[in-house]
Design a protein around this ligand. Structure first.
Ligand code: ADP
Length: 512
């Protein structure tokens, strides 16, 4: 990774020009602003500290800012709301880049209840969209990530997930408006035709599909997104399941994967380890005030106290009551057959209180987890993707857990089980006031990248510190994919101004 962008004269000229484009009050260069746009959970906040930020409100302003950035050679880092916590927050990979803040572009341009989609600008938060849907009688439900204070568009672009049928957020994208590095404004899919009303309903328009090329890339600034939403179901049913022992994960994945593949359940159910659940309840000191790894005897006591298993999951069914009642019987029988203990189904019908329904209500509850060790908390996610093969997933669990123990970090894992793929989420919690623990976490993360690569898998998303390292693991044919990404980068952004280093994609001028 090249060192930060240090051409301070160019940056100063850029900020002067930016002031005349957006006005004094939307250019942020004071130390407190630079800190505000840094990664609040970073081991070394300086490493990714931007030179400042410029907030745009319109496509025209973005175009002018890009033009000035190209003239001065100043790298920009576009963000939607910049709440990408655990992956870098608002901060750029390259220190000294300028954050292009789109959080003021907050219009919900369309909600189409008959066709099940919305069209949003980048700054629309999950709370904004929730409120708009609620005000219209909640005929559409959204899928929200565990921590939903970010933006609908930014989260989908980063391939965020939620525990809902539409929980693969990038997969719901249909039709983008994008400003390219040279200022050209393009609309993808059917939107490439002036006024085409099929823009946000078909992904299979004419020619190459570009929506996904703007996900986890640095090829453009997304200014508008069509996103499919789920029609509110007639009813939902919910079942809680538990597995008592660590090694039971194999059985757990074997239970969900075929049900998901056959469409009996239509969301990726996740097995969450008990420390994850405990960390939502309160800090570790609530359960134990010792040092080092949480002893297994204390773990057993926590599970007993919270009435949870080593692994815990929830299956939700959505649809007409007759249909989901029939599915519930199949799920219950499968759980019994696999000797997985389950509670009783809880049912919600339209008109009941939404609280029991898994209606995609935004929440920040999960962020409680970062308080696990006390101090100012932080977290990192290491999330390789593997086939929904129970034995492989169990191996991954044992391999990762052993490394957590080696580095003295309490294991917190979650396996999100799809029909074909399972995402092995490894949450790493730490206390930012402990330099020693941060060092251990960094070493653990690098080891997990190496181990998992050796086992043949890669991550689907990562923190800005590790973007190069993870990109390096995609090594087929001597990193042919990396070269394809670079070729596209150099064509679309020859001056190398958009998010250098994102996902390990560097423009020519910064390549070493
Ligand atoms: P959120 O606020 O939804 O959590 P962020 O705004 O932090 O998401 O976005 C996460 C990352 O996704 C950013 O750091 C950036 O790399 C990319 N990104 C987000 N929004 C855009 C956008 N509108 N155009 C291009 N890239 C974006």
């Amino acid at each position: 990774m090249p060192a930060g962008f240090t051409q301070t004269d160019a940056v100063a000229r850029f900020f002067d020009a930016a002031r005349s484009i957006v006005g004094e009050d939307r250019v942020f260069t004071a130390p407190i602003d630079r800190a505000g746009y840094s990664d609040p959970m970073a081991f070394d906040p300086e490493r990714h500290q931007p030179s400042g930020a410029v907030a745009a409100e319109t496509v025209e302003e973005i175009q002018q800012i890009l033009k000035t950035a190209a003239q001065e050679g100043v790298p920009l880092w576009p963000i939607s709301r910049g709440k990408n916590f655990g992956y870098g927050g608002a901060a750029p990979v390259q220190a000294g880049a300028v954050v292009l803040d789109l959080s003021r572009m907050k219009r919900i341009l369309e909600i189409n209840e008959d066709l099940g989609y919305c069209v949003v600008e980048p700054g629309v938060s999950f709370y904004d969209l929730h409120d708009a849907l609620a005000a219209r009688g909640h005929r559409l439900w959204m899928s929200v990530p565990g921590n939903s204070w970010g933006s609908v568009a930014g989260n989908a672009l980063e391939r965020g997930v939620g525990p809902q049928p539409y929980g693969d957020h990038a997969a719901q994208i249909c039709g983008l408006e994008v400003v390219l590095a040279d200022g050209a404004l393009v609309r993808t899919g059917a939107g490439a035709m002036e006024g085409n009303p099929a823009w946000h309903v078909t992904r299979n328009s004419y020619g190459p599909g570009w929506d996904q090329i703007f996900c986890q890339s640095n090829f453009g600034v997304v200014t508008r997104m069509g996103l499919w939403l789920m029609p509110a179901p007639e009813a939902t049913m919910t079942l809680s399941l538990q597995l008592p022992e660590a090694d039971d994960i194999e059985r757990g994945i074997g239970l969900f994967a075929p049900l998901r593949l056959r469409g009996v359940i239509d969301h990726d159910a996740a097995w969450v380890s008990y420390i994850g659940i405990a960390s939502y309840v309160g800090p570790r000191s609530m359960f134990w005030d010792g040092e080092g790894l949480l002893p297994e005897s204390v773990g057993a006591r926590i599970r007993e106290q919270l009435k949870i298993g080593w692994w815990n999951a929830e299956v939700n069914l959505y649809g007409p009551e007759e249909v989901i009642a029939a599915k519930a019987k199949i799920v219950s029988a499968a759980a019994k057959n696999a000797a997985v203990s389950a509670g009783d189904w809880r049912t919600w019908r339209q008109g009941d209180d939404f609280g029991l329904s898994h209606a995609g209500i935004p929440s920040t509850r999960d962020m409680t987890m970062i308080g696990w060790y006390g101090g100012r908390g932080g977290h990192l996610g290491f999330s390789p993707v593997m086939p929904s093969d129970p034995a492989l997933a169990a191996e991954q669990f044992r391999r990762a857990r052993k490394r957590y123990e080696e580095f003295g970090i309490d294991y917190y894992g979650a396996f999100g089980v799809g029909g074909r793929q399972t995402v092995a989420v490894n949450e790493i919690l730490y206390d930012r006031d402990s330099k020693e623990q941060e060092r251990q976490v960094h070493a653990l993360f690098e080891t997990l990248i190496r181990d998992t690569h050796q086992a043949g898998f890669g991550e689907y998303r990562t923190h800005i510190d590790y973007m190069d390292a993870v990109a390096d693991t995609f090594d087929f044919n001597d990193h042919a994919m990396g070269r394809l990404n670079e070729a596209l980068k150099d064509t679309l952004d020859p001056k190398g101004i958009l998010a250098p280093g994102k996902q390990g994609i560097w423009p020519a001028r910064f390549r070493t």
